[in-house]
Design a binder for this molecule. Structure first.
Ligand code: LLP
Length: 417
């Protein structure tokens, strides 16, 4: 469920007409619905109410401080993958004991920062990383709490760029070397083994790969117990998909039920790292039509948001629904919706039937709350868009639009010319 609905042929976010918002803050702008964020987080989290668990929202999906603060207030933790994300999480008030840290390339500075903050655990992705963390914990005179990220070798049946749990993937430690890696971990003085972790991919629309991965991890936990290594946390990662178009991913409650069924006899605290399912359909990108142009082959709608604002269509061929903010006509036309960037790959939609639009009209690119703003860039020296949080009929600017001055602030011209 989300709170972007038409009233009298006008698209609203909650009780605020998006047209009014766009007139006041300009375009392109990212708009998030507070009620939707709240609802999505609560539904996910409460689906696991019957077991000890921690919902660690995956910051990479949308890392705005205001959103992190909201999830913290709902009892959430976070999954981070960089020092920068840890900095944000702490700034937003996420307690360190609710932070897990994944990623294949943690640097010494990042490891030290996380150790000093006292996060719940590192999800370790290689034995070299394990040794590096052990040695930094030694230098800092503490013990690092860890889980090993195990690659369960299941096919998540999603886009290859966002599938992470197969043998050829760079992520995690191969299932058949995991026992050896745990054995090594327990021999290290500054490592405390806390758990087992996996994350098999993103935008999964079926439950079975999650269940397969869980079964493999349970078997591993049994083997570890038999070796005298006790496991307190089982982290199942994120990955639950959302409807962008015609997909019918499982509802979080069905996902939870399938997981809960597999947990009999297990006494771990479960950790989940959902990103997209919480924020994806809680946000839209509002853009204005600049021009329309007809060529022999195509009808182009040229808008003021480009691949620098939302790269998913260009990078993955992803589908995002596009809706007019004011419904004026039922007449449709098949168009390419393209941005102002100097790349042929700069498009938001190809061959899409849209109501006929003209210069000045506003469009909403739907399902843009996850991996939208966070993957945006300044390519073509385009300032990044403003981000707005709507609650009821009011809005709050949660990130200002960048200025041209902002874009050059960190640059310097050396005195050599
Ligand atoms: N945990 C880990 C370790 C991850 O790598 C990810 C996502 C998540 C959790 C959250 O996954 P989610 O629940 O959002 O599916 N940029 C791509 C998605 C990349 C996902 C990367 N990892 C996209 O726009 O589709």
């Amino acid at each position: 469920m989300h709170h972007f609905q038409y009233k009298n042929e006008e698209l609203y976010c909650e009780d605020l007409p998006l047209r009014k918002l766009a007139e006041e803050v300009g375009t392109p702008c990212y708009v998030y619905s507070h009620s939707t964020l709240h609802h999505h987080f609560s539904v996910f989290d409460q689906s696991f109410a019957s077991i000890p668990h921690l919902t660690c929202y995956s910051v990479k999906a949308n890392s705005n401080l205001a959103l992190l603060k909201l999830f913290a207030s709902l009892g959430g933790g976070v999954d981070i993958v960089s020092g920068g994300e840890l900095f944000r999480a702490r700034k937003a008030g996420i307690p360190p004991e609710r932070i897990v840290y994944s990623g294949v390339g943690k640097t010494v500075d990042e490891i030290d920062f996380a150790l000093k903050e006292g996060i719940l655990m590192f999800n370790i992705e290689s034995t070299e990383e394990l040794k590096a963390i052990n040695s930094r914990a030694g230098v800092l005179g503490c013990r690092a709490r860890v889980a090993l990220r195990v690659n369960p070798d299941v096919d998540p049946k999603t886009h290859p760029y966002i599938s992470t749990g197969m043998k050829k993937s760079k992520f995690g430690i191969a299932a058949d070397s995991a026992l050896q890696a745990y054995d090594e971990a327990r021999s290290l003085d500054h490592i405390e083994i806390m758990g087992v972790d996996c994350h098999i991919g993103s935008q999964l629309t079926e439950i079975s790969p999650f269940v397969d991965a869980l079964r493999r991890l349970r078997a591993l936990i049994d083997q570890l117990n038999a070796m005298g290594i006790s496991i307190r946390y089982l982290d199942l990662g994120g990955g639950l998909g959302i409807p962008y178009d015609q997909e019918a991913p499982p509802h979080p409650r069905d996902y939870a039920q399938a997981i809960l069924q597999e947990l009999q006899g297990l006494s771990c605290t479960l950790i989940f790292e959902p990103g997209r399912v919480i924020v994806g359909n809680a946000g839209v990108l509002v853009t204005r039509v600049l021009y329309t142009k007809k060529t022999e082959m195509k009808n182009f709608v040229i808008v003021d948001a480009g691949m620098n604002d939302l790269i998913r269509p260009s990078l993955y061929g992803s589908y995002h629904q596009i809706q007019p903010i004011q419904k004026r006509t039922a007449e449709t036309q098949v168009v390419d919706v393209v941005g102002p960037i100097c790349e042929s790959g700069d498009f938001l939609a190809h061959d899409r039937a849209l109501p006929v639009v003209g210069g000045g009209d506003l469009l909403a690119v739907m399902s843009a709350g996850a991996y939208g703003f966070t993957m945006s860039s300044n390519y073509n020296s385009r300032p990044r868009a403003v981000e707005v949080l709507v609650k009821g009929d009011r809005y709050h600017i949660i990130r200002k639009r960048e200025s041209w001055e902002d874009m050059v602030r960190l640059e310097a011209i050396p005195d050599i010319f």
